[in-house]
Design a protein around this ligand. Sequence first.
Ligand SMILES: [Zn+2]
Length: 168
Amino acid sequence: MGFTNEKKDRTNMFNQDKYMKGYRKRNRKQLNEERKLWTKLHPEKIKNYRHEDYLKHKEHIVEKSKAWKKTHGVYLAELRHKWRVKTLETLGGKCVRCGFDDVRALQIDHIKAGGAREIGGLSSIAYYKKVIQSFLNHEGKYQLLCANCNWIKRYENNEHLAPLKEVQ
Ligand SMILES: [Zn+2]
């Protein structure tokens, strides 16, 4: 008796699987739309899932990322350079004090200082993106200074006397 029931259940399960497969195939478009809508309505959940996924595979992801960076060093350097130039151009392309415009000696200055602490944890490209966004939003946080003016500003603000900040 028990055997028959088990067999019956298995058959049902099999059929249900097959049925669901067919159902998904027939309604793929609608299901995709529903999934998209759900994703849109639950950004926090998606973020959590992604984060959980990241934590689960963290070691593997970090290893992979390290290996990728090793083989794409030149590419990354070029990308960083591209973003640096783009950022400098967005910020006016010249020192706001003296007008010096050679990008090789232009520096992004955090107007209210404390920049080093803020950079902590951001990759340089993410930092450039942040600077550009902030500048386009007229937040008044960043400006361009040439290396000379930047050092002079440090002396004027007595930053050269301040204890060294820990960069994270
Ligand atoms: Zn200058």
